[in-house]
Write a new protein. Structure first.
Length: 340
């Protein structure tokens, strides 16, 4: 996180580039904390960002620097000089992006499997953040280059990016309120009879820190799923996230004994009885979790209109489904039934 400048470092150049805004404190807010009132007066910015601006002297109360916890009297004039700051030190890289939707406030990307979202240990470069900074250098002024939720490296599909602070604050609020519709499609192991919901808390696995697990003291997690297509020994399911925990769909589907095909962490290769050679090869060669974020819907941060974006299944999942359909057809024609 970029550290806010000390008062004496808030230079004239920075002041010139700041977006100066004023507002009056309502009299009914008398006695409340300055940071709480500021958040209500300027809802386009996050509370943490506003608190930084108070501390740096960029948010003034009747022209004076105040602390976030100081009480207001009511009737004062607030002056806010909102100055963009560099939020990431990641370097831009010319990595191709598939843009499913774009305007001045948001981007929706169709991320390919294999692309890491954030730089980190072992992945300092070649990530989605690096690609975004090359596409739009001003994203360096938005936390996490505008990324407000993530997809696992080997999950494909849609991901929304905020292009400015106002959009970032609005989208984070929608995610926190569970108001963003996130729909996935996955290939699960085993035949499933019907859909349902998994309401089971998720946290770190007690003995394997790389894995997540359903644990009593985990964070609440809810996944709704329904059967979209049945195969002889697999099921195509549609999953809708109510919460957004790490590996949520992968953990929840494994928890109900239907792990995802190709998941290297939560499942193992299982060959259905009587599988065709083509199916055996397809299952063996599918080396990532068969999970795709196919639909996103959210309220536009500028005007509130609903934005709905869909992404087609990637080629590898389409090929896997074609083999599953053929295996099912062949066994139905021969009258042979199989399972895991």
């Amino acid at each position: 996180m970029h550290e806010p400048p000390d008062d004496e470092d808030f230079s004239e150049e920075a002041a010139d580039s700041a977006q100066a805004m004023t507002a009056s404190v309502p009299f009914e807010s008398a006695g409340r904390r300055f940071d709480q009132v500021l958040a209500e007066l300027f809802p386009d910015y996050s509370r943490s960002r506003l608190a930084e601006w108070i501390k740096s002297g960029q948010a003034l109360l009747d022209g004076a620097v105040r602390r976030p916890r100081d009480a207001v009297r009511g009737g004062e004039e607030v002056t806010l000089a909102a100055t963009p700051g560099i939020e990431t030190d990641a370097q831009p890289e010319a990595i191709p992006l598939t843009i499913a939707y774009a305007d001045a406030d948001v981007l929706v990307l169709d991320k390919p499997a294999g692309l890491v979202v954030h730089p980190g240990a072992g992945n300092p470069r070649g990530t989605l953040v690096n690609a975004l900074l090359h596409f739009d250098p001003k994203l360096a002024e938005v936390p996490r280059a505008g990324i407000v939720h993530r997809l696992d490296k080997d999950t494909s599909g849609l991901l929304v990016v905020a292009r400015n602070l106002r959009a970032h604050a609005a989208l984070v609020e929608q995610l926190s309120a569970r108001a963003v519709h996130r729909q996935y499609v996955a290939v699960a192991m085993g035949p499933m009879i019907a859909g349902g919901s998994v309401d089971a808390p998720i946290g770190r696995h007690p003995s394997d820190r790389v894995r997540m697990a359903v644990v009593k003291n985990g964070r609440d997690a809810v996944t709704h799923y329904r059967v979209r297509e049945r195969f002889r020994a697999h099921t195509l399911v549609e999953c809708r996230l109510e919460t957004g925990r790490t590996h949520q769909i992968r953990v929840h589907m494994a928890h109900i004994k239907h792990p995802l095909v190709g998941d290297p962490v939560y499942s193992r290769l299982a060959n259905p009885r009587g599988a065709t050679p083509e199916l055996l090869a397809a299952l063996r060669d599918f080396r990532r979790q068969a999970l795709h974020a196919e639909k996103l819907a959210f309220a536009h941060p500028a005007d509130g209109r609903e934005v709905t974006v869909e992404a087609p299944l990637p080629a590898d999942m389409q090929a896997l489904l074609a083999v599953l359909r053929e295996d099912t057809r062949q066994h139905a024609a021969s009258g042979v039934h199989g399972g895991r």
